[in-house]
Design a protein around this ligand. Sequence first.
Ligand code: ADP
Length: 581
Amino acid sequence: MLQIVIELLFAAVAVRTVASLGETPDRRHRLLALAVVSLALLIMILPIYAGEGPFGRLTADLEIALFLLSGYGLIMFRDSFVPFSAGVRRLVVAAVGLAAAAALAVELVFGLGATPPAQQVVVLAFAIGVWAVCLIEPILTFWRASGGRPSVERARLRTLSAGYGGLLAVVVLGSLPLSQVASLLVDVLALAIVPALYVAFFPPAWVRRIWRQPEEEQLRLALHDLLLYSPNRATLAQRALSWAERLVGGDAGLVVDGDGAILAALGMTHDDASRIATALDFAKQNGQGGQRAPWHDGSTLVVPLDLSQGRGAMVIVSHRHVPLFGDDEMGRLRLYGTSITAGLDRVALNERIASLEKAKSDFLSIASHELRGPMTVIKGYLTMLESGALGEVSGSARSVLPLLIAKSDEVDWMIEGMTEASRLEEGRLALKRHRADIVELTDSAIESVRFMLTGHEVRFEQHAAPVETLVDPDRFLMVVRNLLSNAAKYSTAGSEIEVRVGKRPESAYVTVVDHGVGIALEDQAALFNRFSRVRNTEHVQGTGLGLWLSREIARMHDGDLTMKSEPGRGSEFTLTLPLTQ
Ligand code: ADP
């Protein structure tokens, strides 16, 4: 019974091997099919006793041939993973050929006697020895090669090593004269070997999943870091490639960008990478690259990357230790490819945004610098005109001078805001703090923008005593002026603007309250962002820099700028600063 089950199982593995040869007719599959089919046939023929006649002799010859063929197939299968030198390969062929020829020769000369002559025993021992070497060598090589490999490769190589080991054990133990119980045990071992061999040659998806388990978490974390923290596309591609290689056990690889340029190459020279990239382009023209799913051609696996700037690809050249890209790996690579595509596109977008931001900052810096000179001249002459230093000015001209001066102040502050913003961006904004009374400072801020506040009633509710803080007075004035001008800009003429200065146990504060348009809840979150302007207020002149800059300045003082607002009812902005001891 046990014998029959073993035969059936071996036959099943043989059928599977032949089927997989049909799917992938390469050398490795041919060798595997040769090894497993000859083993299966041998196992089926062995129990048949055909007597000592010509048929019996033919059967014995066939057994020897199948036996040695299986050894040859197994060691050459190993060669397809870890290649031998040409000399060793020739030696293997010679040894197997010699063993077969010698075995046939002694059989022809001596026949199948019940007590074989010494020559026959020696030749048979030689044949078994050759076969054993064909297994022992791969057992050791597979095991050695598994060291330091990623988990899937390691497990696969070790399983192959164990499978070969089991096979060797069964044959060696089976050829010894054993008691009935022992040979029963050998049969049970043979029975257990078959599934192990199957798993070694065709690891099912669930087994590969188990093999992968130790790395799964690592991969998840790595992917997260990869996608979030890669500073540029080349780095992302490089890191992604090394993980893809681990995932399927690649030997080398490259990432081709949407425009055909090589984004990253690993384990190969740039020339090799260009050659593969060009070949890939050729494949694309032939329609093969048109498909979205990963595809492979021999040992080269291509994962298409549908990048926003065009179709790129990640190419992995398989490792010689990992023979077959299974469906499971392909599925994983497809998902992985999607993540990498998204990551590369995101980095490209970030790079574009960063360059736009930089252009904006550069413009801010240049514009504020260039405007400053002419404005100083305009303002200087206006002041001289007003003071009469340039002679008498007619009455009607004199009447518009204060407005012109106020407007030039306004432009000046705008330029000042732009200059400060670019300083802040470049990390050059340094505070000049000293002890000052913010009641007094707020009062002078109100006075300086009085002209802008006309049409509004300003109610200044001040603390009876001075409120002293360590503050940069110019920057403080800038923040309060900004809050006041916003309160005026975003409320209807005639409405009241309330300014309160006071202190709490730990901090001093300035609050500016208006009864204007207010700010919708959904706009409040982005209010303090650079260049942020709320919808529906675009018609009011402004740069969107003021609140951002004000809050940054407040925070540099170890304080803050906060706000409360109700659409249609008004807003309240509060600047808090730490009190001096
Ligand atoms: P700017 O006023 O130059 O546009 P700010 O940074 O000072 O820039 O303000 C950003 C945006 O916040 C403004 O465009 C406006 O939409 C909104 N905002 C600021 N202050 C008020 C306020 N007091 N009432 C209503 N909306 C305001």
